[in-house]
Write a protein that binds this ligand. Sequence first.
Ligand code: PNS
Length: 160
Amino acid sequence: MNSSLAIYPGSFDPVTNGHLDLIERGTKIFARLIVAVLRNTDKQPLFTVSERVEMLREVTRAYPTVEVDVFDGLLVEYARKRGAGVILRGIRAISDYEYELQMALMNRKLEPQLETVFMMPALSYSYLSARLVREIAQLGGPLKGMVPDAVESRLRAKVT
Ligand code: PNS
């Protein structure tokens, strides 16, 4: 397992400035970072997986060590396949901790060699979530500073 290669998994429906902040922080610690979009058949997403990947590629273009990929099945299996030694997750507030702890410990049970690393995004993004961004967009509210410009225009187009 390679501790300089980390996977940042998630739904990214859509990528927010909070995700981007975490990606930027991740690039400073890990030599390579794979942003991995879950192909989740349970959830009803706003954006298709291809749209989410496209947006992620666009907004991470400035980071040469970042790769955007799609995965399905178990995250630990995907990490093993990619040879990654670290799972990167963001924690915004205490409310995130319980769910994240449960996932991290379950992933450790499934694959003891894989470490989960938590990072905190900037305080100014601590209230931001993709779910609230989708809701604000659907209700026609302002999204300034919450998502990259490219994502804002796609959100507007999606809900009109
Ligand atoms: O952005 P999200 O929706 O909070 O991301 C959740 C994600 C993708 C990290 C999680 O659902 C996941 O890892 N799913 C893959 C299936 C899996 O491995 N499940 C067991 C987790 S302990």
